[in-house]
Write a protein that binds this ligand. Structure first.
Ligand code: DX5
Ligand code: ZN
Length: 216
């Protein structure tokens, strides 16, 4: 079953609460929250206070994607704000094993993300800790970019290992009706989509069609 995670980075920030309610009603499974620090990625977005303010707008799980350097000290704040899952970047953690244990201790689902240039080997030694592997299909920092095709080869390589261990694979960046079939074919379980949902006139059919892209 494909999970659709709606990335609110592409939402209307002036109406964020209403946007979260709208994608909930439209059938999104998870709300994907892109936190950026202006260091790990060349952009800022929002932090735990904004996430907390959205928590009572939906019962859907909050899937927090932390694009921040050394996220360890911030994890408790995101758990307190109401996140069910936290995904940290392998490139942003000097002691990745420790940070993943810290995520586990907060009670949140444990995720790790890999940038397009980061090889599969970077997560080999931490697979035991993981619930989710997020393969960045664009360079992180901005919505609306085009999917980098080589990243789907990485998904394909990770898929058997992930399946064997019950780890879900998410793809994030440039996921559209045109790219979703290949991403799903490569082994993605979770489609993170920003512009493909919030850029649509009507969110429900956009989510429905993304979900329907799984090839029989
Ligand atoms: C990018 C973020 C993505 C972003 C995806 O750094 O991690 O979640 O919102 O946006 P689209 O779907 O527009 O490529
Ligand atoms: Zn993201």
């Amino acid at each position: 079953m494909t999970i659709i995670a709606a990335s609110i980075l592409a939402a209307d920030f002036a109406r964020l609460g209403a946007e979260v309610e709208a994608v909930d009603r439209a059938g999104a499974d998870w709300i994907h929250l892109d936190v950026m620090d202006g260091h790990f990625v060349p952009n800022h977005s929002f932090g735990a206070a904004v996430i907390r303010s959205l928590r009572d707008r939906t019962a859907r799980p909050f899937d927090c994607h932390l694009m921040i350097e050394e996220p360890g000290p911030w994890l408790a704040a995101f758990a307190d704000a109401g996140c069910q899952g936290a995904t940290v970047h392998v490139e942003a953690c000097r002691h990745l094993d420790r940070v993943l244990q810290q995520v586990r201790e907060t009670g949140m689902r444990v995720g790790v993300a890999l940038n397009p240039a980061t090889p599969v080997a970077a997560v080999e030694e931490v697979l035991d800790h993981l619930d989710l592997l997020l393969v960045m299909t664009v360079n992180p920092g901005f919505g609306g970019q085009s999917l980098i095709p080589s990243t789907l080869r990485k998904v394909r390589r990770l898929a058997p290992v992930a399946r064997e261990r019950g780890i879900a694979i998410a793809v994030d960046g440039g996921i559209t009706l045109a790219t979703a079939p290949d991403a799903l074919d490569a082994g993605a379980d979770v489609l993170v989509a920003g512009s493909a949902i919030f850029g649509a006139e009507d969110y429900a059919p956009a989510i429905r069609s993304l979900r329907a892209q799984a090839r029989a």
